[in-house]
Design a binder for this molecule. Structure first.
Ligand SMILES: Cc1cc2nc3c(=O)[nH]c(=O)nc-3n(C[C@H](O)[C@H](O)[C@H](O)COP(=O)(O)OP(=O)(O)OC[C@H]3O[C@@H](n4cnc5c(N)ncnc54)[C@H](O)[C@@H]3O)c2cc1C
Length: 440
């Protein structure tokens, strides 16, 4: 028996994917018996905030992922299409009709037994002891006892309860005539870090804009005490204009090759992946609202033309440190039989979470048939997400949406963005078709 825990985006896709492949499962959902702080109904796959599944254009990263999910038998994407509302290039859905339709489809599926109960650590231990498989798809607001239990299974230090995502940029848009590669005191590889050097005037202008920027207010369930370890830079700056220059942006051990001097302050960039197509801003936690955040970020020397694939957020979340805790088929390394799907794996967003639900169903179906798990090729959207979850580059592992930077650069790597992206898409399509054929 497979126990799929959580009837959100990943849980419904996993249960549906198993049923489509002839495997019976029990789908546990605690709502409406026990609600999360964000959900409002007992419906499956409820959207807790925006009603957008992001771009439906096939030549965008989110559109590409939807194409691959649909080919693997998604429930969420075609149901979203069937209940879409006008949203331009985005797939926007009527949230009630959509969730109602998903709920009806799941409840009508004979191979899915719906169990409206809180799944507890005792339930998990009993299921695993009986030789059952357990897929935890309980999302960013996983009930507390289960989250604590998962922390024990993965090793406490490999489960995060808060998400302090630093902004992340595509390497291709960085101005290398300003930004220079150097590790502090030349320790480590020369290009481990990139440095955006401020002079005094640039720093002062940046601090003015940072202090003036609107901030996202905390939600009721996001108590400030959790944020002590990752104080937003705007709060640090409000304690004194030089505090960032002597703290998060300190320039010590660095020399700007243009001036041969130490910069006034520095924002450092660290690679987010092995291929160095993405860089995140180091120690740059922020709650600035997204519109103004882009404007402020572009004031950092060298980032005026940068493409931000992710902006900074600090919010309540639950996710494992996937590169350390999970196999590439999303089984907990230290607890055979226990799988993780959805946002808990370290992806972010409705669609990405749903994608990981289908993925686990595909792998469980293979295991049930006595086959080895099958990894998606690196170049397709699935391969790009799994690569993010498996990349053990030294970094602060943080949840990620699907984006261009996750797709590997083509060997010819043309300068023009449109050409580069067209080549990435062509490679993704070819790789995915191979995988699909191999899966059978
Ligand atoms: C406040 C907030 C706003 C967000 N806004 C957006 C947005 O605008 N756009 C976007 O793309 N993403 C947004 N997200 C992220 C999005 O919600 C997630 O990416 C997505 O829902 C994750 O899917 P999931 O299946 O992993 O988890 P969920 O969809 O959250 O599903 C998890 C399910 O598990 C259930 N559950 C939890 N614990 C237990 C238990 N012990 N037993 C049984 N059931 C349990 C929950 O009730 C829930 O139904 C937001 C998240 C939050 C918290």
């Amino acid at each position: 028996m497979v126990h799929v825990v959580g009837g959100g985006f990943a849980g419904v896709e996993c249960a549906w994917g198993l049923a489509r492949r002839g495997i019976a499962c029990r789908l546990w959902e605690m709502r409406p018996v026990q609600m999360t702080p964000a959900h409002q109904t007992g419906l499956f796959s409820e959207l807790v905030c925006s009603n957008s599944f992001k771009s439906r254009l096939p030549d965008s990263p989110a559109g590409r992922l939807k194409t691959e999910m649909t080919a693997l038998g998604s429930l969420v994407i075609p149901t979203g299409e069937a209940h879409s509302v006008p949203g331009g290039a985005a797939l926007a859905v009527d949230r009630d009709r959509y969730a109602q339709a998903v709920t009806e489809a799941i409840e009508a599926e004979p191979l899915i037994e719906v169990c409206r109960q809180v799944f507890t650590p005792d339930d998990a231990e009993a299921a695993l002891a009986a030789g059952d498989q357990v897929v935890l798809a309980t999302g960013p607001l996983t009930s507390e006892p289960l989250a604590k239990w998962l922390a024990q299974q993965t090793g406490q230090e490999h489960l995060y309860f808060y998400d302090a995502v630093s902004p992340t940029v595509e390497a291709a848009g960085l101005d290398r005539s300003i930004i220079f590669a150097q590790s502090r005191y030349d320790k480590g590889e020369g290009d481990d870090y990139l440095n955006c050097p401020f002079n005094k005037e640039e720093y002062e202008r940046f601090i003015d804009a940072l202090l003036a920027a609107d901030r996202v207010p905390l939600k009721d369930f996001e108590e400030p005490k959790y944020f002590e370890g990752c104080k937003p830079i705007e709060e640090i700056a409000s304690k004194g204009r030089d505090s960032l220059r002597f703290g998060n942006f300190k320039p010590v051990g660095l020399r700007d090759p243009r001036t041969e001097r130490r910069p006034w302050a520095v924002v450092q960039l660290r690679p987010e992946n092995r291929e160095k197509t993405l860089y995140s801003l180091v120690a740059f936690q922020t709650r600035m609202k997204w519109g103004v955040q882009q404007e402020v970020l572009r004031m950092i020397p060298g980032l005026a033309e940068a493409e931000f694939v992710r902006l900074g957020v600090i919010h309540r979340n639950t996710y494992v440190e996937a590169p350390k805790a999970l196999t590439s088929w999303l089984e907990v390394r230290s607890r055979p039989g226990l799988f993780v799907a959805g946002q808990l794996t370290g992806v972010e967003g409705y669609v990405e979470s749903a994608a990981m639900g289908i993925y686990v169903a595909v792998q469980l179906a293979r295991l049930a048939a006595g086959l080895e798990p099958s990894m998606p090729p690196r170049h397709c959207a699935y391969g790009s997400l799994i690569s993010h979850l498996q990349d053990d580059t030294e970094r602060e592992f943080a949840p990620m949406n699907i984006n261009w930077g996750l797709f590997p650069d083509p060997p010819e790597n043309p300068k023009a963005k449109s050409e580069r992206r067209a080549l990435k898409l062509a490679a993704a399509d070819e790789a995915f078709q191979h995988w699909l054929t191999a899966l059978g």
